[in-house]
Write a protein that binds this ligand. Sequence first.
Ligand code: ASP
Length: 653
Amino acid sequence: MFSCWLSRLCGGLSTPTGRVTHLIQGSLSRRLMLSSQRRIPELNSFVARTNTCGELRSSHLGQEVTLCGWIQYRRQNIFLVLRDFHGLVQVVIPQDESAASVKKILCEAPMESVVQVSGTVISRPPGQENPKMPTGEIEIKVKSAQLLNTCKKLPFEIKDFVKKTEALRLQYRYLDLRSFQMQYNLRLRSRMVMKMREYLCNLHGFVDIETPTLFKRTPGGAKEFVIPSREPGKFYCLPQSPQQFKQLLMVGGLDRYFQVARCYRDEGSRPDRQPEFTQIDIEMSFVDQIGIQSLIEGLLQYSWPSDKDPVVVPFPSMTFAEALASYGTDKPDTRFGMKIVDISDVFRNTKVGFLQDALSKPQGTVKAICISEGAKYLKRKDIESLRKLAADHFNQEVLPVFPKANRNWNSPVAKSIMEEQRSELIRLMEIQEDGVVLLTAGEHRKACSVLGKLRLECADLLEARGLVLRDPALFSFLWVVDFPLFLPKEENPGELESAHHPFTAPHPSDIHLLHTEPKQVRSQHYDLVLNGNEIGGGSIRIHDAELQRYILATLLKEDVKLLSHLLQALDFGAPPHGGIALGLDRLICLVTGAPSIRDVIAFPKSFRGHDLMSNAPDSLPPEELKPYHIQVSWPADSEAEKSSLNQPYHPES
Ligand code: ASP
């Protein structure tokens, strides 16, 4: 674990690869490339050490060094292994009388105490080298030592292989951060952001501008956090993104904006969501969709860690309609096949009741996916759980068919499938021996959604059985384009809501439909998908105040007064503009292969949105709420919570 972490870290610090050179043109770019190739960060400036624990090699033999670090192991009071962010190094505890005080410090300090040692780099005796350790050829012959601070009994050992619950890790986050994995994740994140800044500001003239965190409610979109103010009944909101500000910056002539922007959405945590998260937020004037896409492809290529497979550009592109039809989602994982196929025509003359029924409806379809080798790897109970998932979450019936394998597991439909339908199915879906077809019927979008979900479930099941469908080293980027401008509101399908946000411009070829058939209008919205995860989204914006007013007031039925500042700004010579935001946490999570975005954020919130270390959000006594003209109206069953005001804190388990 350790050596692989270190080589990844050092790999990441190494020079950019040749592929990057293609991307950048002009002498400025070349100068920057050369200087960044030469620059090796100085890790020991301004501090009490001469070297990091992880950097010492045979080339340092004979050097007098001073190291600072945490005690990782001690062996028989003879050796001590010292750790810092850079790695581990073995220290020889002196045994002679004259060094008794050094020995006492190094032998008595508890594990994870922080010490400073000074001594000479020497070779390990022949046969005692440790090839698994990058510093395994040398050790430090200590002359002096200082205990900088001791460590009490820890809630968990600082060793990556020691299992601990996430709640405990979050409660003692400062200890969890000492792990090599967290060090790797956060340092890789920092390096990637640095490269992004370099690409945007130094190579492409972007301006890094901070926008306010205290803002007001934005119509549509995500739920916002509300912040009380001292004015009675007045509240700020935390921005769900700097969307309005970045557009206003374009009106202000700052025509290439970017920001590493903190955004807030009061929507509860999910494995890939946090109430506060970070975007690489970008806006440009006088740009079109292709311009933004090329910028992002170059940005990712330039900032991509050099120890990963290089990013290949341009990224492929797929329309929203195609993504839905073939993958049942707007964020397809294109690393594997198992695409959805429309098999309605095969069943036009079917005797099977529920298929007949579906096809008799105007929007009715029959769709299927084929799980190659499904009959070999999936068990009957797997198929049953897939069918249950479809029934419970989508209210959809799904039937398994084994067109070639002689195993129909009582699939009622199988018996009613005629021979020519079976052979047509095999031909259309290119079914091999052991292929299992999952078939559903109904309205296009619903049938695709359920099969899209089952496709991913099947991939998980097959991989759990040892088949490799998705190469973990592969990064599969995809642009999804031509989204609809509006979707029916979930809670009230008679009304419309923006598919992206209300500032997104309609597709130029569909503008004529805006007044007559708004649901048919496509937009200039594009999403970036990586391995089936949405890692970015943006659009070309509306810069015409009249059109913006019409969409807000007439089609979306929003209160335009809330956006009067923006509408006014559009009227004062707003340039055409567009932009995008990349979800930095999700991107880094995918790059590092971390199981959750919480693993790439230094101090994340728990699944329920709490800071388990400091106990935020916390209660405030009534007198502290008074200046805000706020009173808590306690729910009936919250007596316990009320009395917990000022009580000691117990973290979530
Ligand atoms: N502000 C948008 C978002 O957060 C991104 C954009 O349209 O640029 O999704």
